[in-house]
Design a protein around this ligand. Sequence first.
Ligand SMILES: [Zn+2]
Length: 366
Amino acid sequence: MKDRLRSILEELMLIPGLSGHEDRVRRALSKRLEDIGLPFRSDRLGNLIATLEGDPGAPSVMLFAHTDQLGFVVRKIESNGLVRIERLGGIPEKALPSLPVLFCVGEGRDVKGIFANKSHHATPAEEKYKVIPYADLYIDVGCDTAEEVRSLGINIGTPVVYEPRVLHLNEDRVAGTSVDDRAGCAAVFEAARALKDIESRPTIHFVFAVLEEFNLRGAMVAAQALRPDIAIQLDLALTSDTPDMAHRGEVRLGGGPAMSLYSFHGRGTLNGTIPHPALTTLFEKIAAAEGIPLQRTAHTGALTDSSYVQLVGEGVACIDLCFPSRYTHTSLEVCDLRDLERLVHLLIAAIRTIGLDYSLDRDKYT
Ligand SMILES: [Zn+2]
């Protein structure tokens, strides 16, 4: 399975899909679903949904990850041909100068560019340690006039992403663009492949969602249509195994999948997820039985669509299951294929046990 995960992940990481422009990623995943004979549909926002009908008496499950990635949108084309951008999502400004980017003007016609970085020889000491805000940065696409830039298909509103790339580090680690959340998509897909051949299981909706990095509500629309009892989101967990992150927690890259016990984002969104106790109990129990190390994470500053999915209808029992990831939201995020593989094993083993007797009554767990 690790080799399959590597190949799906690599394929997905190399496809640009800024929030609101996920269509190429959706088409690639649709093709994969077709290949394994799983019927699918998409909704008006671009969520891709494949449903496996199961035991109608058991609580239904929505297993999901997001297809979109963060990036930029063209804000202004200067008369000298340099391009200014607006940010979309949590962009780390200190990691931008000298980065290659891709203007997504159409499949086969995309245009390369680079974030400029002032010539080092002309940089005074006081500027050397300064982070330049994105609004002051510009992108060089090799043109001398605005007309030339527009003739390449670039216009106000054109989506821009980090130039897609994949690096294989040592045996099991993958670095590159949009590990967040194409690694989650790869895991949802592999879980779907396995669960479709298992007879006794609940109804499961596999959802490849849109707009997570933009407003965290794309998956909510799918949940409104599907009305699942349970929703499981796959996304990254911040690792704490580098010197700069040591105080943040205990998650290690390569240490196995993780479950989030608490997330909250207080700047603007005022939302987060505290998982349903029936789900934390289930995953702890199954991980122990299967010999899968299950790491735990609790932190503020980041959140996922599950924050909104939990509020659909009369409430959805939600949990964030995670793969550890380093250097998040930069152009070189890292994950470990062994963590992804064990995450998929855990999901398959746990979801198949959700039957008639699986209760979401909180009193049974607290
Ligand atoms: Zn994500």
